[in-house]
Design a protein around this ligand. Structure first.
Ligand code: CS2
Ligand code: MG
Length: 401
């Protein structure tokens, strides 16, 4: 079998997505997600102009060799654009291999380690009361794990709080700017989780995304102040460039820490994992080099009892979600999978076999990763530039969004 052709499909059903389609000379094809929010066209070009010419004529079954070829052969290793492009190729090749084998992808990874993949939903509200109600709505829907994000009094445009029903971070046109205040947030956050526990009790797993906003000592303070509410995790408390700073957070709090959605390779995770500075690694199929590389990250994490908590926001396409659910059904050190539901337009462009049931998702039993793309429908949604927001402090200082 040989790779006959490959194409990049850019579409915008509700939001922008980039998908790679690889077709073999035996008519079997595979697809992979290559969406990098706010920088989509950079990956599309990387694939179209640099990667696809190198794929034609190769044996699609040699997934590992092609992965190494694209990683080492690029000379310029790592980084979000390169690793998202490699991820798209890798995911498409695993899709092909599983289709040829006539098996759902998780069977090729080693079979199911559980009956379903526990997922967490996004409950967000303009204030405590609204957020507490949203949490209740998701409990009603069967979710066992819920992330809670609320508006903070005195702050407009806080991360994770929807303008409408559903939260979508990227906005059309140039980046929106919002003003951030750590003081207002630090005093407020414990009150939110106290209210949720008072209303909904000790049952639900509660998660919170700090979204890189705090300094290490502020993150330590937050973690400590949230301990009474036994969070499942506190996510991205501080930017993870200087990873030694997590030692300071660990010194002060036992609130579990999740990091890694912006990570692109095992090298970004290694020190946090081997020094027991995080409890969950959030690297995803699409941004961390595909199934082939994410397995390596998970295997390293398992040695340190660090569990997976893969990123699954709406800017990761249903193709990524499908692959992530196969990965989540297999991976021995599974923690939880993020599930931010896509809009109906997106779901129509990406028909899929995965389903939600009582707080768990299952990738389905069809051969491959179970997600397809309707190219005709996709073509009716042209690309529409959109950017992630920017945050500034009250004095205008550029801050971490
Ligand atoms: C967030 C994301 O879901 C999350 O955990 O951190 O919504 C993130 O802001 C977006 O994926 C960025 O594109
Ligand atoms: Mg996050």
């Amino acid at each position: 079998m040989k790779i006959l052709s490959a194409s990049v499909i850019v579409t915008s059903p509700g939001r922008n997505f980039v998908t790679l389609k690889i077709v073999t000379d035996e008519g079997v094809y595979g697809i992979g997600d290559a969406t990098l929010n706010g920088r989509e066209l950079a990956v599309a070009s990387y694939l179209k102009d640099h990667v696809i010419p190198c794929l034609i004529g190769r044996d699609p079954h040699r997934i590992e060799d092609i992965w190494q070829y694209l990683y080492k052969g690029a000379y310029w290793r790592r980084g979000p654009v390169t690793m998202s492009a490699i991820a798209a190729v890798d995911t498409a090749l695993w899709d092909i291999k599983a289709k040829v084998a006539g098996l759902p992808l998780y069977q090729l990874l080693g079979g199911a380690s559980r009956s379903g993949v526990m997922v967490y939903a996004h409950a967000n509200g303009r204030d405590v009361a609204e957020t507490v109600d949203r949490v209740g709505e998701y409990i009603e829907k069967g979710y066992k794990a819920i992330r809670a994000q609320s508006g903070v009094p005195g702050l407009s445009g806080v991360y994770g709080v929807a303008k409408g029903k559903f939260y979508e971070p990227a906005t059309r046109g140039l980046p929106e700017e919002s003003v951030w205040s750590t003081e207002a947030y630090l005093d407020f956050a414990p009150k939110l989780f106290e209210a949720i526990r008072v209303k909904h009790g000790p049952g639900p797993h509660l998660l919170h995304d700090v979204h890189h906003r705090l300094t290490p000592i502020e993150a330590a303070r937050l973690g400590k102040s949230l301990e009474p509410y036994r969070l499942f995790w506190m996510e991205d408390p501080t930017p993870a460039e200087n990873q030694d700073c997590f030692r300071l957070i660990r010194q002060h709090t036992v609130t579990p820490i999740a990091v890694g959605e912006v990570f692109n390779s095992i090298w970004d995770c290694k020190d946090l994992i081997t020094n027991q500075l995080i409890d969950f690694v959030r690297a995803s199929v699409v941004h961390a080099g595909g199934i082939t590389h994410l397995r390596r990250i998970a295997d390293l994490a398992a040695l340190y009892q660090v569990r997976t908590g893969c990123h699954g926001a709406t800017d990761l396409s249903p193709v990524c979600m499908g692959a992530a659910l196969h990965f989540g059904l297999w991976v021995p050190n599974f923690g939880v999978q993020e599930h931010m539901a896509h809009c109906p337009e997106t779901d129509a462009v990406f028909p899929h076999a995965y389903r939600f049931e009582d707080g768990y998702m299952h990738p389905g039993e069809v051969p491959g990763h179970g997600v397809d793309i309707d190219e005709e429908l996709a073509a009716t949604y042209p690309y529409n530039p959109a950017y992630l927001p920017v945050a500034r402090l009250a004095d205008g200082t550029l801050w971490n969004w």
